[in-house]
Ligand binder design. Structure first.
Ligand code: IPD
Ligand code: CA
Ligand code: CA
Length: 264
């Protein structure tokens, strides 16, 4: 898998450079609204084209699942691409966004890369090979209690449907932990749990391209990921709870009472 990881890194760095070069120009970009509070700029599309070109040049037979251009069907290898995770941040000059690229084979995550071009931070993982930030090995934190923990989350901003359930979860956790951050990039939230910068993270309704690379990175750093039923159907539901085994369990206990049937 190392050659495929190398290609993912090359594609992520190249897209990251393109995003950085465009960041002074945000006022002049063409922006499309895909849905409520859901935007894509020409930078998202250019970065995605760049990534797909690099992957397709190396692996013309592989399949692609990309946020802006959808699916390109090939063989059992599927590259899952979010060219710019944190578009709203990027468009506001809020410095928290990243490129996320994962490779799956027959449904199993093999490679994950998240690149933060602003900090030149490269988070990588290969299945069974551990997770790295640049050249440093990553490990999730091992707290035994929620007291003192710093958690990450995302707000359900695209629809109001799960707002009450979310607020219930938020209330239960915020009273027990040291702080909750909503930084605006699910990929970096996951990478930060792997790096021990966050003790845990949860979100409702994220997409496969938001989470695929981050999930492999966090698992390879010793983390646990489940959906809201304590199962592994998070790619299907989009609902995730992430942390060290103990932190995950503590978070799950407080989240579970607020999980409505349609979030299971
Ligand atoms: C979004 C970010 C955000 C999360 C949203 C995602 P995008 O991705 O990851 O943190 O809360 O659910 O859609 O649209 O910026 O690629
Ligand atoms: Ca995203
Ligand atoms: Ca995106």
């Amino acid at each position: 898998m190392q050659p495929m990881l190398n290609i993912a890194v090359r594609a992520a760095r190249s897209a990251g450079d393109l995003i950085l070069r465009s960041s002074d120009n945000v006022g002049r970009l063409t922006i499309d609204q895909k849905g409520k509070n859901d935007y894509a700029s020409e930078v998202d599309r250019m970065a995605e084209r760049e990534i797909i070109n690099i992957i397709k040049t190396a692996y013309p037979d592989h399949s692609i699942l990309a946020e802006e251009s959808g699916g390109h069907v090939g063989n059992d290898f599927v590259w899952v691409i979010d060219p710019l995770d944190g578009t709203t941040n990027f468009l506001h000059g809020f410095p928290q966004y990243a490129v996320s690229i994962a490779l799956k084979c027959k449904g199993r995550l093999e490679v994950g890369v998240i690149y933060d071009p602003l900090r030149d931070e490269l988070f990588t993982a290969k299945r069974g090979g551990g997770a790295m930030l640049n050249n440093r090995r990553l490990r999730v934190t091992q707290p035994n209690v929620l007291k003192g923990a710093l958690l990450g989350t995302g707000f359900p901003f695209k629809t109001d449907e799960h707002l009450d359930a979310y607020v219930g979860m938020f209330k239960a956790l915020t009273t027990e932990c040291a702080g909750i951050r909503r930084a605006g990039s699910a990929a970096l939230d996951l990478a930060y749990v792997a790096a021990g910068r966050l003790d845990g993270y949860w979100e409702i309704g994220i997409m496969e391209w938001d989470m695929a690379a981050g999930i492999l990175i966090v698992k390879e750093a010793g983390g646990v990921v489940t959906d809201f039923s304590f199962n592994d159907k998070y790619m299907e539901s989009g609902n995730v709870i992430v942390g060290s085994p103990k932190m995950h369990q503590l978070m799950y206990q407080l989240i579970e009472p607020h999980v409505t049937t349609d979030l299971k």
